[in-house]
Design a protein around this ligand. Structure first.
Ligand SMILES: Cc1cc2nc3c(=O)[nH]c(=O)nc-3n(C[C@H](O)[C@H](O)[C@H](O)COP(=O)(O)OP(=O)(O)OC[C@H]3O[C@@H](n4cnc5c(N)ncnc54)[C@H](O)[C@@H]3O)c2cc1C
Length: 462
């Protein structure tokens, strides 16, 4: 177990213990039924609701959008009604909470692995591995292996050093050849959602060194019919407890005479409860007026935490010119990364959808184009391998998470020096409030699994 995990566990235990004792005291003196308010009906909020539902604790979920699921956002495209994911796509083989829920609700998980091709420097490679330096790959495997087997104390000292540098520089300093460095930036940046020049080396070493069942870097599975099916299955159990189109604007917490939470919403609605679970992303938490104020350290951490800029551009093509069902491709072109978004979905025609997944500055550029310009950019990006994509393009969907009203990004990216500094501040409770959401998960930050486990754990602290 890494020291980073121990460190977080200790921090969580310390603060969780404090909160537990207040609720034990409150329960002892009040015969009244307790009520929990939950902000957000994304995976963290729905999971918190599910745990409370099972424990028969009263709760209410307030959701700003007119839909559930948050950053899990399955959408239909074309006459064929293909389902594509505008938010979270892959379920990892190492994600037991999500896999367990799918099993429980009878949701089928389908294979969603790909066999990666590349366009690099004007050449098409049928296997991206043709581009990588074998000796370097072996060296990196050795570095990650040594890290994994370090004594906890030595690892903690190294973690603090790693957190002060970025993944790109770390690779460079360890002798990564130029071409591999460029490739790693192209490939790993799709994991982190920003260039690896801005990602803490600790986050990357931790991610790539841990023992895993997944053979495809957690890009293993997908829920049949769309990942939103899980949000729907959870919400059906307690649909009457979810209030949508209700943005929380102000939270007032009192301690005397009895502990209380009052939540004021944009539509005039006021919810009252004993505890609050806030699953909003950092940006949205900072926009709520908290009375009493959030601690200064937490306010600064909320401002400092960055979220990945990801754009997903789904284009429906009349023909699946990419031929393979498990097609995906990394490119050094504006479209960055393409994958077959209708794998396992058949139609009477040969039509199918490719998603261009762009990150960082590229995402912002693609997002600001018109539909026909995006088709042109995809065509330019793919033409080394597929010369005629433009004439096959039809319907299109585009979602830029960098501009999303509530998250202002796809998921949290802890930058250089941020892990040890920001995480404990963001994860600490505030009076009657526990915080949850993917940004507070270790080790599954950035994943649906992280959202689910933090939602479950927050409910467990009530
Ligand atoms: C493009 C993209 C690709 C991704 N790819 C993957 C992937 O392949 N695999 C994977 O596992 N994960 C992936 N993720 C990450 C995954 O989607 C998230 O980790 C997870 O869905 C976050 O859930 P959450 O509950 O923490 O937050 P959210 O889903 O953001 O839920 C928070 C909810 O709170 C609501 N809210 C915010 N402010 C307020 C307010 N003031 N009042 C009331 N409600 C409010 C929001 O509307 C939202 O519904 C991806 C995400 C994106 C965007």
């Amino acid at each position: 177990m890494s020291t980073r995990r121990q460190f977080i566990k200790q921090a969580a235990l310390g603060t969780g213990g404090l909160l537990l004792s207040t609720s034990v005291l409150a329960n002892a003196f009040s015969p009244r039924r307790k009520k929990v308010i939950i902000i957000g009906a994304g995976f963290a909020g729905l999971m918190a609701g599910y745990e409370l539902y099972k424990k028969k604790i009263d709760f209410e979920i307030l959701e700003a959008r007119n839909r559930i699921g948050g950053r899990v956002h399955s959408h239909n495209i074309g006459r064929q009604n293909f389902v594509v994911e505008l938010g979270a796509e892959w379920v990892g083989a190492d994600h037991p909470v999500l896999i367990g829920l799918c099993d429980h609700f009878g949701l089928k998980l389908e294979d969603n692995t790909f066999s990666t091709q590349a366009i690099y420097n004007g050449t098409h490679y049928r296997d991206v591995k043709q581009l990588t330096d074998h000796n370097w790959e072996q060296k990196l495997t050795g570095i990650l292996d040594r890290y994994k087997h370090m004594e906890p104390h030595a690892q903690e000292a190294l973690d603090r050093k790693l957190d002060k540098t970025d993944w790109w520089r770390y690779l460079l300093e360890n002798g990564c050849p130029e071409r591999d460095l460029e490739l790693r930036d192209l490939i790993d940046s799709t994991d982190f959602g920003e260039s690896i020049r801005g990602v803490s080396a600790l986050a990357a070493v931790d991610e790539y060194s841990s023992d895993k069942l997944s053979t495809h870097n957690q890009m293993d599975l997908k829920i049949k019919g769309g990942n939103s099916s899980l949000a729907l299955a959870l919400s059906k159990l307690f649909a009457d407890k979810i209030r949508m189109g209700t943005k929380v604007e102000r939270v007032v917490q009192t301690t005397k005479p009895a502990g209380k939470v009052k939540v004021y919403c944009s539509d005039g609605y006021v919810a009252e409860g004993d505890k609050l679970i806030c699953t909003a992303p950092a940006f949205a938490v900072s926009k709520i007026k908290w009375e009493p104020e959030l601690p200064a350290g937490m306010q600064m951490a909320l401002q400092g935490l960055e979220y990945a800029r990801i754009n997903k551009n789904a284009i429906l093509y009349r023909e699946r010119f990419w031929e393979r069902d498990d097609f995906d491709m990394i490119t050094d072109m504006p479209g960055h990364y393409f994958y077959h978004a209708t794998k396992n979905q058949t139609s009477l025609t040969d039509a199918g959808v490719l998603i261009s997944y762009t990150i960082g500055d590229k995402a912002a550029v693609i997002a600001s184009q018109q539909d026909d310009e995006r088709v042109d950019l995809a065509d330019q990006s793919l033409k080394t391998a597929f010369p005629y994509t433009k004439s096959l393009a039809g319907d299109q969907l585009d979602y830029y998470w960098g501009n999303d009203k509530y998250s202002r990004g796809a998921y949290a990216v802890y930058g250089k020096g941020q892990w040890f500094d920001l995480f404990p501040k963001l994860n600490a409770p505030h009076i009657h409030t526990h915080f949850a959401g993917e940004h507070l998960s270790e080790p599954w930050g950035g994943f649906m699994e992280g959202a689910l486990e933090t939602g479950r754990d927050a409910a467990g602290k009530i």
